[in-house]
Design a protein around this ligand. Sequence first.
Ligand code: NAD
Length: 349
Amino acid sequence: MMSPWDLPDFDTHEGVHFFRDEATGLTAIIAIHSTHLGPAAGGTRFWRYADKSEAVTDALRLSRGMSFKNAMAGLPMGGGKGVVLADETVVKTPELLAAFGRAIDSLGGRYITAEDVGMSDQDMVAIQRTTRHVSGLPVGEGAAGGNPGPSTATGVFLGIKAAIARGLGKRSAQGVRVAIQGVGSVGGGVARLLAAEGAILTLADVDAARAESLARELGAETVAADAILRVEADVISPCALGAILDADSIAALRAPIVAGGANNQLKTPAEGDRLTERGILYAPDYVINAGGIINVALEYLGQGDRAEVESRIALIPERLEAIWAEAAETGEAASTVADRMAMRLIGRG
Ligand code: NAD
């Protein structure tokens, strides 16, 4: 068996913690990539993996991404991620979530959780019974915090607008064709914001009924989930799961821009170069999708209100522009430039 230190995605993580609670069936991983800038912040994913090693890989990749994301968003937080392994016998009961809260608490504040795929704000309330190191809790109107999805969607929308300004010379999304993969919390929000500005949308979700119902509401088209990355469009917006950009899918893209909210869109770093070789403008995922963590980090830190969250999200386009400008100058991939900037910020440059 390969030792954890030899896994390709192990990147001198400060700690990778494994938890098991027999009484509730909890099997969980908390990966702390870096606490250089502050406590490691990042959501928890509740997901059914093909096997446990896939879950470890996901935790390693996602926690590193959070270090980069938090650093690039200017937050005083390091990067970490929780993964709770689901299967047919594991039910997300309040007891299981309380056990996960105890796991978080055992790390003494080095890791702070929030929602990710498969977790809701009510789940955060259940986790709060056993730890205070949790954010993304329901909050009152005008306050920072709560479900990060809408904030992420706002940042992705602004990032798409920055991409169409740079790539297509358009100041508005009016008439711009955007294909969205995954219309959950983030993709659904992005779709609504784009539709309000007159974009022409194509939607896809593995939950076809979900895509159909949103398409009816917004006057959009739908395609099968396995066809969305090949749709002819101005922008492809991946808002489902990661590793969807590989040699084959990049070769088949028929859009000049890829800008979406999903984490870890590039299967390997080489995919960044493949996009550049095809002349495709790519918005590095952890830069464009930082809206949600900005929201929950300010909630946890008790700093600022909704207006402060919005004004920090509004800085996402200029971060993207700085990356694209440097990439254009050096001929490197946007993802390579972003990684270098982030590494420097977390003291590893
Ligand atoms: P979600 O569970 O609300 O929605 C995801 C949607 O994608 C679901 O409707 C699901 O059916 C669909 N989906 C899954 N696989 C698909 C596929 N192969 N093709 C098409 N659709 C597919 O999750 P979310 O919170 O919207 O997160 C989406 C992505 O954005 C994830 O990668 C997540 O890590 C990332 N992200 C989310 C946030 C946030 O604030 N929620 C923040 C940053 C990044």
